[in-house]
Design a protein around this ligand. Structure first.
Ligand code: HEC
Ligand code: HEC
Length: 412
């Protein structure tokens, strides 16, 4: 190639790059890839980990940014620690897809006072003992020998969390019956909490103790508590039994560690909230005749008194959340069914646990808040106190009806 032609080719290329810059080309290619992903996801029933059917491209972009942050493994340089339970959200929320649950249990501890009441092991009312810490210095929380309560809790899947968030407080208030005035033996309580994000009094619905009302607050709590990343809502590092000075040695990064991304203007906690908000609920498995009969048995023996088959979201300007059915099989209320973990938290007493949603049950093992039940039958047989009548109902079922009930539970 002679010099002139080479110069010409070079000039030609530079004109092209002037008109369509390389970043723009990448941007366009990326847009095509992500929009076709979105289109594909919208054409079939959502699989675990997919966004809600009907998200707009802008919402899909928020979901995708959130997913990135949810997957991101943090390091000490980015603020992980001083103590932590996991290095990303996804390490615990990954089964059967990102956003799901998992088997890693976190640990809370305390001791029983003279009247059997919970007493915190250190100042404050905290009970979380982190599993890990930044190894270079001693910032590892240790459960002291005075502990007489040690409780484990397994992760809760996040599929459909945006719909759960959109259920109005009033709906849950109407479901509660703290003094069992209808005398069915079931007396659920709405967990009234102060929402960190807004400061408002709200009905908590997320967490085994219904300790948070919003995804923004829960995600911010998790970022600090699970990973040690301080943020606008939880600006202080936390590690039980470790002095502030020592924490600063283990994690010298100034608070808050979660800062706005300069490109997107969003914080990590905003991204987590978007990811969880747009995660689709788990689709039902195949429903055969046995499952249909089983659903009636479920209602007849009183399971549905707490595992409310469906709630409805409130009015919303966003059609995705406007008066939508939420077939979660939970009333999101606190109940004492005799499985309490001994830990008081926010509105929840040591005896109470929030009714878990049963949608997606087929993807989830082990069961119960501490993972102590292997099968659905195990879990049902552990129901007592407020659920005494329905458990007895279950035990007295004829074989065919019990099989139908279990078939129904397998279809969730
Ligand atoms: C070490 C494991 C672990 C990590 C890491 C983790 N989680 Fe969780 N997650 C849990 C456990 C355990 C629960 C139940 C905790 C409870 O109620 O006390 C939970 C519950 C939740 C819930 C409540 C869901 C519901 O419907 O009730 C949300 C929301 C949540 N996590 C979000 C996050 C986010 C966001 C991150 C990352 C910032 C994260 N989690 C990191 C273990 C983890
Ligand atoms: C009084 C309220 C109440 C009634 C009635 C009730 N449950 Fe539950 N159920 C709960 C609570 C609360 C939990 C969580 C307990 C825990 O984790 O310690 C639970 C847990 C479960 C679980 C385990 C779910 C998981 O994700 O770990 C299954 C399965 C279940 N219930 C099925 C049933 C069936 C079937 C019936 C009827 C025989 C029934 N429940 C009746 C409140 C109730």
């Amino acid at each position: 190639m002679d010099d002139r032609r080479q110069a010409h080719v070079f000039r030609g290329r530079s004109t092209l790059t002037r008109v369509v810059s390389v970043p723009a080309l990448f941007g366009a290619a990326w847009l095509i890839v992500s929009l076709s992903g979105l289109l594909y996801a919208q054409l079939r029933e959502p699989a675990p980990g997919d966004p809600l059917t009907g998200v707009t491209p802008v919402e899909f972009e928020e979901f995708r940014l959130g997913l990135d942050d949810f997957l991101e493994v943090e390091t000490a340089d980015e603020g992980l620690g001083p103590a932590f339970n996991g290095t990303s959200c996804a390490v615990c929320h990954s089964v059967p897809a990102v956003g799901g649950a998992g088997v890693i249990a976190e640990v809370r501890a305390g001791r029983r006072g003279p009247r059997g009441e919970f007493v915190a092991l250190y100042e404050g009312n905290e009970s979380l003992f982190h599993l890990f810490s930044i190894p270079s210095h001693t910032c590892q929380p240790v459960i002291p020998p005075e502990a007489t309560i040690v409780a484990r809790r397994i992760p809760i899947p996040l599929f459909g969390a945006g719909l759960v968030e959109a259920v109005p407080d009033e709906t849950l208030m109407q479901l509660e019956d703290p003094f069992d005035t209808n005398r069915d033996g079931v007396s659920g309580r709405a967990a009234i909490v102060t929402d960190r994000a807004s400061g408002a009094r709200r009905v908590g619905r997320f967490g085994w103790k219904a300790q948070h009302a919003t995804l923004l607050s829960f995600g911010a709590d998790a970022y600090r508590n699970e990973m040690g990343i301080t943020n606008d809502l939880f600006p202080q590092e936390f590690a039980l039994g470790i002095t502030r000075d020592r924490m600063r040695v283990c994690d010298p990064i100034p608070e808050p560690e979660d800062v706005k991304d300069l490109r997107t203007g969003r914080r990590g906690i905003d991204n987590f909230a978007s990811f969880m908000k747009f995660l689709a609920p788990p689709a039902r498995g195949p429903i055969d005749t046995a499952a249909r009969i089983g659903e009636q048995v479920f209602g007849a023996i009183g399971c549905a008194a707490c595992h409310t088959p469906s709630l409805t979201t409130g009015p919303s300007a966003n059609p995705l959340f406007n008066r939508r059915p939420v077939p979660l099989f939970s009333d999101l209320l606190l109940h004492d069914i005799g499985t309490g973990d001994g830990i008081p938290q926010e509105a929840g007493t040591p005896e109470e646990i929030r009714t878990p949603a049963l949608w997606g049950l087929r993807f989830r093992r082990p069961l119960l808040h501490d993972g102590s039940a292997t099968t659905t039958e195990d879990a049902i047989r552990r129901h007592a106190r407020e659920a005494e009548l329905s458990r007895r109902g279950f035990e007295e079922l004829r074989d065919a009806d019990r099989d139908a009930l279990l078939a129904f539970l397998r279809s969730l």
